[in-house]
Ligand binder design. Structure first.
Ligand SMILES: Cc1ncc(COP(=O)(O)O)c(C=O)c1O
Length: 483
């Protein structure tokens, strides 16, 4: 009893439970596993893997913590806030607390520079942007229908948009020759290919700002996308979860601004939002669908029963996001800190002549390691990636896991760690690149070989790096009272 073989599983469980549609068997998630097995710690495991595959915004937590300390009434777990406990614990309405919807709508307007306003009655809750993306697919497409998506794209879309919905994703090929911009020609080509294959295209989904590129879409491109979908009467889903990570001009243009001035059927336009990136709250699972289509709002609200935001979280955020002074200060400071980190990191790469795609948003950069490939193939990209993970001990994510059509690009996250860890990571990359270019570190890895062979040890990457003076105020190392 209890011993079930994989074959039996296929009969016992559903097709969804046993298929591979979650897409978690790709390099992107393998890198996370490598980190989990050997995580870097500045004292206890200084040769461990540094996690640079996680797009988290940890740079401004001190501001949030400060606000929480000053506003104990925002929590139902404090003496000041306990009076609200009964009402909040009891609340279960899938419309959400009115004060939460009002605060989120106002926050979304603020992030977009006040150039556009959002109706709280159109805010539908979901479990993060992950839930919001899937919810929209359930509302807009039938199994077998397709959405067009520009490459490279966020790897977990394969799970979030396709796995349980049965929706297909059809790539729009973008290339480095024009900085991976979406062209109308590429869009038409993807659409026509689908038509030839008799696949029904229900829409186009974009991430603006882009994960993994760290770029934003310009006005002309946005207008051309709206014109395209309007002409074909298909949907446009805009994932804007990185909208306040912009750290230098030009400023972000939301799809909500475009449709104010361009004639189009707004029933086709839907925004996905979340507080996971802009505020750095992925654990709160606050996702939003903002649709201009009444039927989608109504249906989405009913579906949101499967992924509501806890009323305790709504209560806290309603107060935090309606504190205008705090929000203004947070948004300014957060984007300044992301910008400083980006500059520091990309300048460190430039020292060893490694470039990144020019970008002005996001919590990562799109690093160009094409010069380190022996041949421009995905096999060589994987070989290089294995060396970076296993020997250099950095979990960066290879472009192929983002469906990039050109080998040699890697996404590197830089906002999920403290200053001292960034220094260690930079030094490791610099040493690796220098030695590789000198031919000292030969990439001998072949996918079919179990053991990687390098001519030097990763031990040397960190030599002399972690002297106490390098620890930042955010370092996880406890400061000795004697120092
Ligand atoms: C483009 C994109 N969409 C969705 C998500 C998931 O966000 P959430 O944590 O809000 O579910 C991410 C997270 O990395 C993302 O980059």
């Amino acid at each position: 009893m209890g011993l079930v073989s994989a074959n039996d599983d296929h009969q016992l469980l559903s097709k969804i439970a046993t298929n591979d549609g979650h897409g978690e068997n790709c390099a992107y998630f393998d890198g996370w596993k490598a980190y989990d097995n050997d995580p870097f710690h500045p004292i206890e495991n200084r040769n461990g893997v540094i996690q640079m595959g996680l797009s988290e915004n940890q740079l401004s937590f001190d501001l949030i913590e400060d606000w929480i300390r000053k506003n104990p009434n925002a929590s139902i777990c404090t003496t000041e806030g306990a009076n609200a406990f009964k009402d909040i614990a009891n609340f279960q309405d899938y419309h959400g607390l009115p004060e939460f919807r009002n605060a989120v709508a106002k926050f979304m307007g603020r992030v977009r520079g006040g150039r556009v306003s959002f109706d709280p009655n159109r805010i539908v809750m979901s479990g993060g942007a992950t839930g919001a993306n899937e919810l929209l697919m359930f509302c807009l497409a039938n199994p077998g229908d397709a959405f067009l998506i520009p490459t490279p794209y966020y790897p977990a879309y394969d799970r979030d948009l396709r796995w349980r919905t049965g929706v297909q994703l059809l790539p729009i090929i973008c290339k480095s020759s024009n900085n991976f911009k979406i062209t109308i020609e590429a869009l038409e080509e993807a659409y026509n290919k689908a038509a030839e294959a008799n696949i029904k295209v229900k829409g186009l989904i974009i991430s603006n700002p882009s994960n993994p590129l760290g770029t934003i879409l310009d006005m002309e491109t946005l207008k051309s996308l709206v014109t395209f979908i309007n002409k074909r009467n298909i949907h446009l889903v805009c994932n804007e979860i990185y909208s306040s990570t912009i750290f230098k001009p030009p400023s972000f243009i939301s799809i909500s601004e475009i449709i104010q001035h361009l004639e189009c059927n707004s029933d086709l336009i839907h925004i996905v939002y979340s507080l996971s990136k802009d505020m750095g709250f992925p654990g709160f699972r606050v996702g939003i669908v903002y649709s201009y289509n009444d039927a989608v709002v109504n249906c989405g609200r009913k579906m949101s029963s499967f992924g509501l935001v806890s009323s305790q979280t709504q209560h806290l955020l309603a107060l935090m996001l309606s504190d205008d002074d705090f929000v203004g200060r947070f948004l300014r400071e957060s984007s300044k800190r992301i910008g400083n980190r980006h500059k520091h990191f990309t300048m460190g790469l430039e020292e060893v002549e490694i470039g990144c795609l020019p970008g002005n948003a996001g919590l990562f950069c799109w690093m160009d390691l094409r010069s380190l490939l022996k041949e421009p193939t995905f096999e060589d990209e994987m070989a290089l990636w294995h060396v970076i993970i296993k020997e250099v001990k950095l979990n960066v994510s290879p472009g192929s896991s983002f469906h990039c059509v050109e080998p040699g690009w890697f996404r590197v996250c830089f906002a999920n760690m403290d200053d001292a860890t960034v220094e260690v990571a930079l030094r490791r990359i610099q040493t690796f690149v220098t030695r590789t270019k000198k031919g000292e570190a030969l990439l001998k890895y072949k996918p079919w070989q179990k053991k990687l062979q390098l001519s030097f040890s990763s031990q040397t990457y960190d030599d002399g790096l972690m002297s106490p003076h390098m620890l930042s105020p955010h370092s996880s190392i406890p400061h000795s009272p004697l120092l």
